[in-house]
Design a protein around this ligand. Sequence first.
Ligand SMILES: [Zn+2]
Length: 734
Amino acid sequence: MNRRNFIALGSVSLPAGLWPLEGRSLARERASANLHIGRPPGEMPYRQVHLDFHTSELIPDVAADFRADEFLQTLQAAQVNSINLFAKCHHGWAYYDTNVAHRHPHLQIDLLEQQIHALRPAGIAVNYYYSLVWDNRSAHAKPEWRARDRAGNGLQSGYWPWMCMNTPYLDQVVLENSEILERFQVDGAWWDILIQPPDGCFCSWCVEDRKKLDLSDSPKDIYRHNKLVALKTEKALFDLLKSKQPNAIGFFNSRLVVGISDELPFYTHLEIESLPTGGWGYWPFEQRVRYCRTLGKEMVGMTGRFHKSWGDFGGFKPQAALDFECLNFLANCAKACIGDQLHPRGKLDPMTYQRIGAAYRKVVRQEEFVKGLRGVADIGVISTAATDPVMTTQTLSPSDQGFTDMLVELHQQFDVLDLNANLSRYKLVILPDEIRPVPSLVDKVQRYLAMGGSLLVTHKSMLDEGSNAFALEEMGISSTGSSKFKGEYILPQAGYFPSVEQNAYYLYQIGLSITARAGTEILAVYGHPYFDRSPEHWCSHAQTPFAHVTHEPVITRRGKVLYCANPFFRSYALDGELVQKLFMRDLIAMCLAQPARRGGGTAEQGYCRNPVMKQAGSQRGRVDAACNWRELAEGMHFLTVRAFRRQLVGDADCGDAPLENRVFTPDQLEVPGLVSIALVVNQDFSEALEVVRHRLAGLVVDDSGVVEEELKRHLRRFGVFVLQLLAAGSLALS
Ligand SMILES: [Zn+2]
């Protein structure tokens, strides 16, 4: 049997007698098996832990201190009702007795068996974790199976070498997973790191494969080939899972990008890994959850208990941040999962589980209110990744970040869409900045407009760059290329933008020059500078001043089709100019006469999340069951101040019933009971500190030097930092 037909079978039949361990474990396990533990049919547990256990062979006495009863009691006390436990880690070691995998050389007990036997009978669901592409042991034992770049070098992320799933490594993986599923009754499988190199794998199998499939090494063909390898791996493992344990759930991590639809048959549900301090920031979750909720699967949001990211031993996230993240998952229709790492000796850290317990007790109290929630959305936004695919889950284009930021801050209810989306569900569809005019989308948008939908297009969306023509006649404009000056200004026409004061506003990004056909209204026009800044022509520190107003359109309207010639969404992510958000607010208002319920607050206010949900079967119907994170947060006044590279965009926003609808100026920040402040900064430390000084002028901290030093240290290194000032003890409000 060669590898291909081996995989094509979808499951692996092994010779009788290969499972000497079955007699003593699986039979007993099956006897006490309670399928759907912690999970009523169709509903996943709300309070999960992902227990990392990547443990080097250099560490002795692995699991020597593991005590099953203590392990169970710690998790129970923390209200955990589902956990991901390690079968195989990134180091490549197995944590159970095995005939086909490679047991950790210093593992003292059959850890996975003891964990499963302790937890499942007590009602805690167990999914086994298995690392796919990252496997350090296999990389050394079988270097020929490694993923390779064009130059033939083995690929690596940090210290982790990449294996290629298109080599016989996949056979080994299937064999090991088959053994796990024969030995252990589980609730699910959690496969990690299913990625092929975005620039292509050049191992001998992949090179040969692409030749056979008539695929070149172009980015497009590399993307297609990587997709095929991922699908082959998913099918092999998911079919295996379902053949062995039909009720188990299955999920592949590291693949959840916009455009995942074709892989969904191999996923029972979707998990959004997004550790705000671990390189993601707070915003990717907001974008991804609004995409995933359109795909019809249950969702889990995953954060970590770490101060920074995975493997941060001795680094702890503040309680308020953990609470906020878990409750924000619930408010967005997702279950909560908190990542932790078990100490090599096998003992859970008590303080970590006190904090997880405190967060999960809040979750317990909200579960009945969020059951069966689904998102309510007026607006559908096509992600830039729909026509320009990305391969890595942490990548968010500036345009996607910009519309996510802007619409969340404007308290608008929106879904993020790929090319399969049903546009008729939305009152307004937005095509942000760079949505290519692929024929299927053009056709879909035209049918949507014919049905009476509203459309907002910005910058190069729907522009065929070859012919420099817009693919949608309905826009009523023509492109004449790039804007005349690099440093243009925008001026609103009187009567269209009530939120925007009459002025000439600088456009930080370069837009298009357009002409409006007869019957197309011009809502805002370009203002030209004296000249473009250059070594020969320049004035003052930055852009050239505004010289005169023109009749050249920047924003137009034809019927229900709005167009903006500047990349406002990308610019909002990069430049953070408040007025862009105000222009957008007024454009959206032109399309949405009756928006879904929105939370209090104004567009000038900073970060405020008000996802609106509907509860299935609710007698109250419509949006009465609306649930937003502020209501969930139970008195946790969470204030987010957000800084951009150049400028602070928002003012503060405090979520508390008596405080709703109030805009706080910096000197009004002395809010009684203020518990925590989250500060998310893009990069520049000096500007960020200035912002903090400015914003927190009214706050007196016991030891401000400590806070400042901490800020410096963290901002220099990470650019994303959560600062917590605890009202009890360390913070006094003057
Ligand atoms: Zn390869």
